[in-house]
Design a protein around this ligand. Structure first.
Ligand code: SAM
Ligand code: SF4
Length: 472
């Protein structure tokens, strides 16, 4: 008797079947595995390694003038302005001194990123002070990629031009959703005209790349309402768009309790919103990048993606993933090939450590196990390329990955080495989420929204523990 192929599931059915709370895999292992056994001495040892490679520096500015109810970022809401910023800049200065003492050499910066919170909480003079502080401690590469995240709510033309003059060449601002009712439901009201003005100033200032952030899944969002936001983004035509899925974790984020679960769009609506955005952007000159980004075809992120040079770190997708990432400021996470180190998450504890002359590391993780490093590489390539070729995984393209690997130039036989995972992949293939290849696999269009579930196949912790936010 002829066998009939099982009917293919539609995107919503796939989601209902495979959606599970899994991490976003901005790192592997994820921050959930960090522990306090890692402290200042581990970071100091890492800093002490001589290197002629350029460095990527992340600076965390935690302050915000008011709280957006959806926000899951590490931030502190305060109206105190320079009263909190002054001591914070001093603390960053002390932290840079300690970093320099530990490293014993002056490093060159290839990438600089200020994130938050709200970096433009700082006044123009404070921004210039921080820039000067960084320039005192590092050589700035002539091709430095310097980027900053800003909240467009309080932005002025003068400030935008000032940021470009300081040396920033990339800028990112949050739109989230342009609909007035959605904005009111999340306490983040920025009229479209202010967004248009902000974009105009950024273009006038000559930023090489402008990114906007959107969130899918906010309260009162519908596919029709979100179409207005998409139309606004098409009009503004940023170089990059980040389309995040709303991480709704009211038990962990008390402010999100102001958002009623009943107001959130249904799974079906979320799929329609994501699909609508995907169709609009990809037919409008943007390439879909990794899990949740779009970039104009000529943008460096799109170019890197096509060349298979995309990376992912705590700031999202990047073209400079081969660089060591030193992160300063409260809660900031540094990423070295075999070390994650997170600064104190409490502002007072962060300041106290620096007052005591100690690197303010609270916790972290050392990853030297070749199996863990290999899994990291699989998840990294999967999240960036939507494809894994086990035959081309062994090396690792970061200097440190080479330092500790044991797989050396061996070619990995995926189906053999990861037999249990291969069986899981076969199940996902049966539902059309991916296609297995001789020694690897490729994610299908249907699997795009479930990339995190596919990545979780290679994360042994996910079989023991369920954490993280909903998938979309
Ligand atoms: C660190 S925030 C800084 C942005 C900047 N302060 C602003 O308000 O425009 C970066 C982005 O994270 C995203 N984000 C914040 N909370 C989120 C959540 N709970 N779920 C998904 N994305 C979120 C938003 O799109 C936001 O623009
Ligand atoms: S979205 Fe930006 S401005 Fe709003 S609370 Fe979060 S970090 Fe602050």
């Amino acid at each position: 008797m002829p066998t009939t192929a099982p009917a293919r599931l539609d995107p919503l059915q796939l989601l209902l079947k495979h959606d599970k709370p899994v991490p976003r895999y901005t790192s592997y292992p994820t921050a959930a595995s960090f522990h306090t056994g890692v402290g200042p001495s581990e970071l100091a040892a890492e800093l002490a390694r001589p290197s002629s490679e350029p460095l990527s520096l992340y600076v965390h500015i935690p302050f915000c003038r008011h709280a957006c109810w959806y926000c899951g970022c590490n931030r502190i809401t305060t109206q105190a302005g320079s009263k909190v910023v002054g001591p914070y800049l001093q603390a960053l200065g002390r932290e840079l001194e300690l970093v320099q003492q530990a490293s014993g050499q002056r490093r060159r910066l290839g990438q600089l990123h200020w994130g938050g919170g709200t970096p433009n909480y700082l006044s123009g003079a404070e921004q210039a002070e921080l820039w000067a502080l960084i320039a005192r401690h590092f050589d700035l590469d002539p091709n430095l990629e310097a980027s900053i995240e800003v909240n467009p709510e309080f932005l002025s033309r003068e400030e935008v031009l000032g940021l470009r003059q300081l040396g920033f060449n990339r800028i990112s601002f949050g739109i989230q959703d342009a609909d007035p009712e959605v904005q009111a439901a999340v306490n983040r009201i920025v009229p479209p005209d202010q967004l248009r003005r902000a974009m105009g100033w950024m273009r006038e200032a000559g930023f090489e790349s402008v990114n906007v952030d959107l969130i899918c899944g906010l309260p009162l969002q519908t596919p029709a309402r979100f179409a207005t936001t998409i139309a606004l983004v098409e009009e503004l035509r940023p170089d990059r768009v980040s389309l995040f899925s709303f991480a709704y974790l009211p038990e962990q984020l008390p402010l999100q309790r102001k958002i009623a679960a009943d107001d959130l769009p249904s799974q079906r609506e979320r799929v329609q919103i994501l699909q609508g955005a995907y169709d609009a952007f990809t037919s409008g000159g943007y390439d879909a990048i990794g899990m949740d980004h779009f970039a104009l075809t000529g943008d460096s992120l799109a170019v890197a993606a096509r060349a298979g040079r995309l990376h992912r770190n705590f700031q999202g997708y990047t073209t400079g993933g081969e660089l060591d990432l030193l992160a300063i400021g409260v809660t900031a996470i540094s990423q070295y090939p075999t070390l994650f180190s997170q600064n104190q998450r409490d502002l007072k504890a962060y300041m106290a450590a620096l007052d005591a002359g100690v690197l303010p590391v609270e916790r972290g993780l050392v990853v030297r196990d070749p199996d863990e490093l290999l899994r990291r590489r699989i998840i990294q390539r999967l999240m960036c390329d939507f494809r894994v070729d086990f035959g081309h995984l062994s090396g690792g393209d970061r200097p440190g990955e080479g330092r500790d690997r044991t797989d050396a130039a061996d070619t990995i036989n995926g189906p053999q080495r990861f037999a249990a995972e291969w069986a899981d992949l076969q199940t996902l293939e049966a539902d059309g989420l991916l296609q297995l290849e001789r020694n690897g696999f490729r994610v299908s269009t249907e699997g795009r929204w479930l990339i995190r579930t596919i990545a979780a196949v290679f994360d042994p912790r996910q079989r023991l523990r369920a954490s993280g936010s909903r998938l979309i």
